[in-house]
Ligand binder design. Structure first.
Ligand code: AR6
Length: 179
């Protein structure tokens, strides 16, 4: 993957990339954690775009693992890709598959919009309770598999809010070969 995946410690909302990925909920109407920070710092344009998507595409809410794209409002990024991570132990054993879908579908959407740089938070590992060590395995395997096929994506940042989360990722990631 020739250095395309980079780990960062810091605030996702400050990342100057084509798109940052939001760990949203099905309502797409905001919440706490990284979702709250994105809406606070990005301003009302993001919420308006999400409301429009709810009206036109997902009146019942965005299903877990799916992704949609909106403006990034006043953020440094150009777009926000919103995805809904699984709530740990609430999907009858499908949690890993659903978490992988979040990353895959976000990358797919980025490709469709000809975006070449993305920044992800550690989806589901906050309020949704997904253990960071298990998420590290799923995320590293999924990204490795997706990026082998996807040569147009030049940079994928994984942004951790705390050093401990980054350390846990490094300890449990399953990348093989050159990153
Ligand atoms: N930058 C980078 N990472 C962050 C930031 C930030 N500004 N803020 C939090 N994190 P969470 P979830 C980390 O709870 O588990 C919301 O209410 C955080 O430390 O944001 O997918 C939504 O509306 C954690 O490691 O997302 C949903 O209802 C990771 O981001 C629900 O939470 C994800 O934590 C989604 O829960």
């Amino acid at each position: 993957m020739a250095g395309r995946i980079r780990l960062y410690l810091g605030d996702l909302t400050e990342q100057a990339v084509d798109a940052i990925v939001n760990a949203a909920n099905a309502s797409l109407l905001g919440g706490g954690g990284v979702d709250g920070a994105i809406h606070r710092r990005g301003g009302p344009a993001i919420l308006e775009a999400c409301q429009q998507i709810r009206r036109t595409h997902w009146p019942e809410g965005l299903p877990t693992g799916e992704a949609v794209i909106t403006t990034a409002g006043q953020l440094a990024a150009r777009f926000v890709i919103h995805t809904v991570g699984p709530i740990y132990r609430e999907h009858g054993g499908q949690e890993a598959q659903l978490l992988a879908n979040c990353y895959r579908n976000a990358l797919h959407l980025a490709n469709q919009h000809a975006l070449t740089s993305l920044a992800f938070p550690a989806i589901s590992t906050g309020v949704y309770g997904y253990p960071a060590n298990e998420a590290a395995e799923v995320v590293s395997r999924t990204l490795q598999e997706s990026l082998l096929r996807d040569t147009s994506m030049t940079e994928v940042r994984l942004v951790f809010f705390a050093q401990q989360q980054l350390d846990t990722f490094l300890r449990h990631q399953k990348f093989t070969g050159q990153k």
